[in-house]
Design a protein around this ligand. Structure first.
Ligand code: DC
Length: 228
């Protein structure tokens, strides 16, 4: 047990497993702050692409990171993510960012900067944070750790419907390729690769409704809360 007074819930797992859907619903129910750590890596990717930063150039990367300010701004029903005061919530969901974000996330300086910001965000507040390394690196002492997985076909179908509903023209083949590519990079990179923390609880949601998933996580939360 930790001596922190705030409660930290870490949700990790592969891309398009429904992590943020569960995390958002959970945060709403518990009145916790939800932080989408993937959105931060997406914001950095957007900045690097706009500024045409050479990813191999350590100095250019370090300078660029100095100029990146990311904020989460709560708005009536959703939280906006701002990059240097610009709302980039929709832009960072586009496929051209998804195609590049895993590569940007392998850069050590990028991870160090993001992890420091994430730890700051979880200092005193009750939070639900989703990502790849939250339970292993960002908050190894999180009060509850969930590791989410789902069948690759189910994940691709979900992502397809999500992008389609936003009017993006993509094929299932492109999505399957992007997911496989990201899974590979995310789980084999040198810096804090995606892996299940030893004390994380596995949630395979291939055949679960969103309601079932929320019930599952709330049950785990209730048990942990009682013993904190
Ligand atoms: O959760 P997402 O798909 O929006 O994340 C985008 C990318 O960011 C993902 O491919 C890997 C990276 N990421 C990471 O390396 N560490 C995190 N904690 C969250 C995301």
């Amino acid at each position: 047990m930790t001596h922190r007074h705030n409660f930290i819930i870490a949700i990790d797992g592969f891309s398009s497993c429904g992590k943020s859907t569960v995390a958002k619903a959970l945060a709403k129910k518990l009145k916790f702050v939800f932080i989408d750590s993937g959105a931060m890596y997406r914001a950095v990717t957007l900045y690097f692409m706009r500024e045409q930063i050479d990813l191999e150039n350590g100095e250019a990367v370090a300078n660029a990171l100095e100029n990146i300010h990311i904020d989460f701004i709560p708005n009536s029903d959703k939280t906006e993510i701002h990059l240097n005061d610009e709302d980039i919530s929709d832009e960072i969901r586009q496929m051209y960012i998804s195609d590049k974000v895993s590569e940007v996330s392998t850069i050590k300086a990028v991870r160090t900067a993001m992890v420091a910001q994430q730890q700051k965000l979880g200092k005193r507040r009750n939070i639900v944070m989703d990502g790849r390394d939250i339970g292993t690196t960002v908050f190894p002492d999180a009060d509850l750790k969930i590791f989410m997985t789902a069948d690759p076909q189910v994940r691709a179908a979900r992502r397809y419907l999500e992008l389609l509903s936003k009017g993006e023209q993509v094929t299932m083949e492109e999505i399957i390729k992007n997911l496989a590519h990201r899974d590979h990079i995310d789980s084999t990179r040198e810096e804090s690769p995606l892996r299940k923390a030893e004390d994380a609880i596995v949630l395979d949601n291939s055949h679960m409704t969103q309601e079932d998933q929320l019930t599952f996580v709330i049950d785990e939360y209730t048990k942990r809360r009682a013993s904190k």
